[in-house]
Design a protein around this ligand. Structure first.
Ligand SMILES: Cc1ncc(COP(=O)(O)O)c(C=O)c1O
Length: 371
């Protein structure tokens, strides 16, 4: 396969330093060297998450983000409808579908209009929300480029005595999550978005003071989806099943880079600067952002184009120039075309993208849009 510069919202391009052959060395995952590796990795992930070992366990689960979402559904959500899923797009709906697939009957579902964020007024008035012990939502909805306000929603849920499970797959390591303050029951992420690595490993931060109690109330948690087993393994600095050694080595190297070379705050700031660069380009091109600016994501922007705009043709021309671009989330675009006669495409600004790299992509896109 010819290699293209990836410009879709995950997976992402890897820094050259992550392609070094020595990162593919195998190790024994029950060996003491792997225990040290686990501790180093989890310690720095907790730091990026703005928390400590005293407050959260950091669990590493083989497979991409969806696997961790399923583990949280199987291990934290009872069958009896005690949870409500809040969706603002396709990935919120994915979470609810996973629950249906796991036979978690009668849970609540509150769907917000695509392109908008969760709002507290609606939450405060909704009966399914009122009944729920656990609220489940997406931090950064990659299909629409909308970020929900983690701090505000978690603070509101805490006031109401509700726990929160958050899918942070497309934002973690690109923006602060401050788990020490926001305190969700579980915060989920994966390697292939803002962390800037290949897909294949998901991460669950689990609140120490309540998670075990919640897990004990849930029967039939499966095996590879049983968070209790991961907690037991993590207590020995181990994982449940054989990990991908190359990805763990790459993660170790990338966490060194993020925490010691780039700096965590600088990484967050760079994501914001890249977003600003895309927003300025959108304005220059006379285009408009799909969500309201206040809800716009620091890792991916969704942009409106007319329903008849030839995105497939543009994608082909960009491919000929060496880029793989995004043509919008298919299900969302179908709905938008039907309702409003426009659709979207997305520009990612995440992981280790540089201002220069983004500028080169935007210049090419501009030229190919004019063709
Ligand atoms: C917000 C969000 N949640 C969940 C997922 C699913 O994660 P994965 O593809 O890693 O299984 C994605 C993937 O794009 C995502 O963007």
């Amino acid at each position: 396969m010819t290699s293209l510069t990836i410009a879709i919202p995950g997976p992402v391009n890897l820094r050259d330093a992550l392609k070094r052959p020595e990162l593919h060395a195998a190790f024994g995952h029950r060996d003491s060297a792997a225990h040290e590796l686990y501790q180093r990795i989890s310690q720095r992930l907790l730091t990026i998450a703005g928390t400590t070992r005293d407050e959260y366990d950091c669990l590493l689960i083989n497979g991409s983000g969806t696997n961790a979402m399923e583990a949280c559904v199987r291990s934290l959500i009872r069958d009896d409808g005690s949870s409500t899923f809040l969706t603002v797009g396709a990935f919120g709906e994915l979470f609810a579908k996973i629950a249906q697939g796991c036979d978690k009957a009668n849970h609540g579902l509150v769907q917000f209009e695509a392109g908008t964020a969760i709002d507290l007024t609606t939450l405060a008035q909704d009966e399914q929300v009122a009944r729920a012990e656990i609220l489940v939502f997406t931090h950064n909805e990659s299909s629409t480029g909308v970020t929900n306000d983690l701090a505000v929603i978690c603070a509101w849920a805490a006031q109401q005595g509700k726990q929160v499970i958050v899918d942070g797959v497309s934002l973690f390591a690109g923006a602060p999550v401050n788990l020490s303050q926001t305190k969700p029951l579980a915060y989920i992420t994966a390697t292939q978005k803002c962390l800037g690595l290949p897909a294949g490993l998901s991460i669950v931060f689990l609140r120490k003071d309540v998670a075990r109690q919640v897990i004990e109330q849930v029967p039939n948690r499966g095996y590879t989806t049983d968070l209790k087993r991961y907690l037991t393994a993590a207590g020995k600095h181990e994982v449940l099943t054989t990990p991908n050694c190359s990805l763990w080595n790459q993660l170790d190297a990338q966490l060194d880079y993020i925490t010691q070379i780039e700096g965590i705050e600088n990484r967050f700031a760079r994501h914001q600067q890249l977003q600003a660069q895309v927003l300025a380009w959108i304005t220059q091109q006379g285009l408009s952002l799909y969500p309201a600016l206040a809800d716009a994501s620091p890792s991916v922007s969704a942009i409106r184009v007319p329903a008849d705009f030839d995105l497939a043709g543009l994608k082909q021309r960009m491919r000929e120039q060496g880029y793989l671009m995004d043509v919008g989330y298919a299900g969302l675009n179908q709905e938008l075309i039907q309702k409003y006669q426009y659709k979207t495409f997305r520009i990612p600004h995440m992981a280790d993208m540089t201002a220069e790299g983004l500028d080169a992509f935007l210049r090419e896109l501009e030229q190919q849009m004019a063709n």
